[in-house]
Design a protein around this ligand. Sequence first.
Ligand SMILES: [Zn+2]
Length: 796
Amino acid sequence: MENFNSIVKGALIHDIGKLIQRAQPNPSDKKHGQWGYDWLQESKFFEEDALSIRATITHHKDDEDVFTSNYGLIWYESDNLASFERKQEEDNEKGRWDMFTPLASPFFKVRNPNNLTEYAEISYLPVKKSEGVESVSFNKPDITSKDYESIIKGLKNDLELARGYRPYSINLLLMLFEKHLSNVPSITREVMRGREEQLQKHPDISLFNHSKLTAAIAGSMYHFYRETYPDKWNNELLKDEILKPSPDQKPYLLIGGDISGVQRFIYTISSKGALRSLKGRSFYLELLSEHVVSELIEALQLTRCNIIFLGGGHFYILSYNTKSALEAIDKVRKKINDFLFDEFKGSFQLHIDYVPFSKEGLKNAVPVWQGLSRKLEALKKKKWEDRLFDVLKVECQHRDCDTTYCAVCFREDLPLKDLKMVDDIIKLCEPCYNQYALGTELIKVSKSNHPVIYKLPDKPEGDSIKIGDWYYQIKYGWDKDLHKEAKAVYRINDLNAKHYSHDNTIYIPTGIYQHEDLKELSDAFNVYGMNRIAVLRMDVDNLGKIFAEAVPEEDRTFSRMASISKGLNQFFKYHLNDIVEGKDIDSYDIVGRDMKQTGRRLSVVYSGGDDLFIIGHWLDVLEASYDIKRYFEKYTGNSFITISGGIAINHENYPVYQFARDAQESEERAKSGGKNAIGIFTDESLKWVIFEKVIERIRLFKNFLKVEKDHLSIKGNSLPKTFFYRLLALARRFRNDKVLVLPKAAYLISRAKGKPEDILKIKEVIMTSNEQEWKVTEIATLITLMLMRKGGRENA
Ligand SMILES: [Zn+2]
């Protein structure tokens, strides 16, 4: 195993020379491999990694040592397999190297899922990652060697900060590569044929994604060849075996995981302590997926480079296909499901399966991915089949708990613990108690602190979460004692190299934003306008189709599919926090409150993969939905990748599962109405473009209104007090009977006082028989009335 780490680390840093070369005044003095090798030698950052750094000069066919050792062969071949997207072109096409070519967005390859002949416009990423939410540009950015110099400087600074932690762990390097190399193209070769072809073949795989996948493949190859050819591995060159495997040999596995029953688990809770329970439960599931992935990685003796995707209750791992690998997977699967069954009595289950594949699967990954999802779907249908006996067994009530049941999940078979709430004591089962405590801890997590999650072998003092044989505990900074004891240290959204002192410090991006004053749902109830809470659910439209069909067949390489899913996950897990907070972005503030100073009063209960669940004050949620949509558009730069959502608005005491169900129904309406829409209030959904008009109309109304501290009121005598109620009545009349009651409309307008142009505009939208205009007016009026209403718990 001692060579394993060197081979993987070597594969991870093999192309670092590309970065160095592009910052040089005379880049062609040396090959990129040599630039990298010399830089690594000089910087002395990698002194302890003598074997690894040879990968920089031992991964090309014209490099000296490639064909003289098995690790040379692995570096060479894993680099090839990770870059299938460029292989086909290199041999038969003319091209030229332009060192300052920008990286194209990984999403630009996605065609219109409803019309596959329609291609998206090409968009580019800035070479240096921006501080805030990333957005693409449709103009090719100018890149110079100075930009590369500055990237190297950033990377060097971080390596310097962590100099004391050498040899650098693969986990630290992965975080730093993600931080600095996510927008650096892995190649800078431009195809010289017609413009169309040039655009379609523009580099779109980042140096980070390429390096990570190369390392994942190299790690898998190491295990596969060592186990498959045990006698030869140490004594012979496995040249043909590695470079020319027979087409039916399947050295690789794509392992997939999927948690079923999540919906029920998260949302079927009572209203008591809803926010903390929700947050705790949803984060518990994140920890659970993380836990399982790390168990698998460890059992397979792989690294986190092999995690292709992790989010939204799903994960994919690239592994090797040997007998010992399959045994390791089975063992983890059994262990975790035993635990889940005991802990949650089958309310949710983790499905793990895998598909073996040949190197062809790295060229066209779709069949591999589809094969795996079919297998996982089939597993879901056989829920707990092997445990029917246990499921059907009549549960004896625990003798401590008499006839009471858990106030959150209604289980009766566990002893109950008292939980003190503000003015109430409720009884909870142990798992619910722990999840509530976890939710309470998460409330303290904000952008300003650096929460740490320690994975510990023994139960620590204070609240912790037990998964399998391990305990997870949240702290708000470094804890000397826990640090020593910890098996792993998780850093949430934290890219500070200094914080990676533990060998197994792991970066996890997580959608976790919550307003600091939002401790209970009631804190978001009485904020602005009418007292109401809202839930927003959203996800990407046509995701299955996007993966299966929308990327042209010749472009469906493993690295591209991984880049696209990684990109989506990054949006929902990482960028979402800034977007919904609304402070540091150009956010929507419909009525002009001081929201930009205070941040939005809402909580991201869950976000990852391609979907999210947010709960909070209704206006904050409404505004956030549109900001998410706008930033998603800027982020992908591809108008074919759309997003739809549903909003449910109700009282603070409305049951959470009902909120969840209502929002889901709204979302389904938005989807069935052609997608790219939001479902709210009405029985139909609003296309986003119409939603934007609604906002404009509210702004028009606002010219007649005054912004008070916590609601809108009529400005002087600009409008009669009953104006909006009457307007709403007119709008509803129009919707139901398709009749415009002209005299009433004219009368309404005649009483408005204000700027002539505002009155003219109002007249235009009221004296119309355009159905869409009335729909916009109806919803804008409703929202305006909600903004004007202060206090009162009765229905609108
Ligand atoms: Zn419970």
